[in-house]
Ligand binder design. Sequence first.
Ligand code: CTP
Length: 400
Amino acid sequence: MISLNNKRILLGVSGSIAAYKSAELVRRLKEANAEVRVVLTKGGAEFVTPLTFQALSGNPAHTNLLDTETEAAMGHIELARWADAILIAPASANFIARLAQGRADDLLSAICLATSSTVAIAPAMNQQMWANAATQENLQQLKQRDILQFGPGDGNQACGETGPGRMLEASQLAAHVAEIFETGLLSEDTVLLIAGPTQEAIDPVRYLSNRSSGKMGYAIAQAAAEAGAKVILISGPTSLATPPRVERINVRSAQQMFDAVMQHVAHSDIFISAAAVADYRPVRIAGQKIKKTEDTLTLELQRNPDILAEVAALKNAPFTVGFAAETENLEQYAREKLARKGIDMIAANLVGEDIAFEADENTLLVLTAENKQPLARASKFILGRQLIDIIAKQKYNVSI
Ligand code: CTP
C-alpha cells in the first residue's frame, strides 16, 4: 500500500478522453492519504465536470485564471505554493506544447510556471500525435526542465487505433506520485529521533510539562522514513499519528526518554533531538494526590539529564542534530548551544506566544560549525524534508 501521508497533490486535468481515469486517480491519491486539489483546463472540463472532481477530492475544483472569486479564495500563486507535487493527468498533446512554451494564459499553465514543486505529466493522446516530431521535441524540452513523465502506455486507444499514447492506469500513476517523495538519501542509515514534550510527575495525577506539540519532530521522522532510513521515534505524550514505516516508542518523563535513547543509540547513525525535554523534574513524586492543606507549596526540582549533550559525548556518537528554541538573539544563542553541547548541527527557531510550538508552520535557521542555511516559512512537513536533505548532504560531505 503506497503512502502519501500529509502530501498535497495538485492534479491538473487537460482535454483528453483519458480524463475519465483521473476521477479514479483522485480516489487512489486520497486512499493513500494525500490532500488533493484539482485544476481543470477548459478542455479537461469538457470531458469531466468540475463537480465530479469537487465531490471526489473534497475541495473546490479550480478552472479559471481570471475569476475574481476563485482568485480571492485561493489564487494561482497560492495553489502553486500549496502543492508538494503537481501531476498533469491526462496531459494532452496541446497542453504539453503549451507547457513547453512556458505559456501562462490559463490557470493550470500559470500554476506550472509559478511553482517550485516537482511537476509530472501523464501523457494521453492518439498514437500518431504522440509519434509526431513536434510532440517529441516538446517532451524533450520538458525533460531538460526536470519535468517528470509517467507513461504513456501502449495498446488499444479510445480512437480505435493501437500504439503508444494511453494514459497509465490510476493505481500506476498514484504509485509514481508516491515515488516522487522517496529520495533514498538515507537508505543506509538508522535515524533515532526524540520528539514531543516530556511530563514530569508531581503526584499520581499531576505533572510539569510544556507546550510542545511534537509536530516538527513527527514531520522529520516522516521525512527520514521517506528518505529510506530506518526510523526509531521516541516520543513524549502527543496526540499525533505515527508516520508510516516509523517505529515509535512511547515515554513520559525525561528520564524514560533518556533511558530509551541510551538503549537504541549504539545502532543509530543519526540522532535528532527535536523533543522539548523538561530541564527539571520534582525531587520527590508524592505517592498520593497532594491535598490543598497549605497556603503555599514548594516543589523542589532537580536537573534532568541533557539527552542531546550525553549522546554527543558518547565515544562512537552518531551524527547529532539538536534544536534551539529561542526568544531572542537566535543565531548567537544557537551557535553557543552548538559548541557547548558538542553537536554536529543545530536547527534554531524563534518561539513566542503564537509562533512555533502548536503551529503547523515554522521557519528554521540551520547551523553547522562552518555553514548557515535559513529555511523560509513553510509547513513543518516541508521543513522536515529540507532538514533531512541538509543532514544527508552534510553527513555525506556534499557541500550545502
Ligand atoms: N535537550 C535535551 N535534553 C534536555 C534538554 C534539552 O536533549 N534535558 C535538547 C533539546 O531536545 C534540543 C536542545 O537540547 O535539541 C536544546 O535545548 P534547550 O533546552 O533549548 O537548551 P539548553 O541547553 O537547555 O539551553 P537554555 O535552556 O539555557 O536555552
